[in-house]
Design a protein around this ligand. Structure first.
Ligand SMILES: NC(=O)c1ccc[n+]([C@@H]2O[C@H](COP(=O)([O-])OP(=O)(O)OC[C@H]3O[C@@H](n4cnc5c(N)ncnc54)[C@H](OP(=O)(O)O)[C@@H]3O)[C@@H](O)[C@H]2O)c1
Length: 236
């Protein structure tokens, strides 16, 4: 086990918003445990952090698989001993109307966006330190519905309920739970959806990371329940 240090688990840390969160946390002196499937992307983030004097460890894994989550928990337990911050960031989007959406695509969105955060939280709770924090990277789609986005909106609305329920359940243990609801952010996720939006007008991944850091800097008696992050130009 490592010397006493604050440790954060960040899911989907290989690119986009998760990468920015991991780099920002490391700059705060927090050790980061990086999860995603693409080992090369995780390694690149980890090397950047270590080059800057920070601590990072990678765990290439598919969060939609129960066994891989269970294996990660025993790694965290042996490696860090306790977790101070859990950031549920990994997420995917599949778009299509009710008429178009196939059930396999529907299911994979629910598996990654809702089932994985549920299972990871459930298994990690025994390792969460007193006054630790759990942050869910939700989306404007968790509060607002858009035509063609049924699978994604349903997953993010469920994630909102999950986080709100969790907050009510763990507050007596001093564990704080926050949901962040960003509007559109210019990340590689935009390459996976069939829209030709002007990405220069979107927020940056670092804008979301700054909100995460803001939460981590609050005193232990303060829980930020929600942050809505909108583009000041109001474009998305
Ligand atoms: N971009 C936006 O406009 C926007 C707006 C609001 C909210 N969000 C939310 O922000 C979060 C991050 O989105 P992003 O835009 O940064 O997306 P992204 O650039 O596509 O990155 C997603 C990350 O999640 C990981 N991931 C996906 N499926 C996984 C799986 N089965 N197991 C493990 N890791 C998995 C990816 O790594 P691998 O593919 O290598 O596994 C990647 O590291 C998501 O929850 C998204 O819904 C995004």
């Amino acid at each position: 086990m490592l010397p006493d240090k604050n440790w954060a688990v960040v899911s989907g840390a290989g690119r986009g918003i998760g990468r920015a969160i991991a780099l920002a946390l490391a700059k705060e002196g927090i050790g980061v445990l990086l999860l995603a499937r693409s080992e090369n992307q995780l390694r690149e983030v980890s090397e950047l952090i270590q080059k800057d004097g920070g601590s990072a460890e990678i765990l290439p894994m598919d969060l939609s698989r129960t066994l891989e989550i269970e294996n990660a928990i025993s790694f965290f337990s042996n490696y860090a001993g306790k977790i101070d911050l859990l950031v549920h960031n990994a997420g995917i989007a599949r778009v299509g109307s009710f008429a178009e959406m196939n059930v396999e695509d529907w299911q994979v969105v629910q598996d990654v966006n809702v089932r994985a955060p549920f299972l990871l939280t459930q298994k990690l709770l025994p390792l969460m330190a007193k006054s630790s924090q759990i942050i869910f990277i939700n989306s404007v789609a968790g509060k607002q519905s858009f035509a063609g986005w049924g699978a994604y909106c349903a997953s993010k609305a469920a994630l909102k309920s999950l986080a709100d329920t969790l907050r009510a359940e763990v507050q007596s243990q001093g564990i704080r739970v926050t949901s962040i609801y960003p509007a559109a952010v210019d990340t590689p996720l935009q390459d996976t959806i069939p829209y030709d939006w002007d990405r220069t007008k979107m927020m940056r991944a670092e804008d979301v990371a700054r909100a995460v850091i803001y939460c981590t800097r609050q005193p232990r008696n303060v829980n930020i329940n929600e942050i809505d992050l909108a583009n000041s130009a109001g474009t998305f």
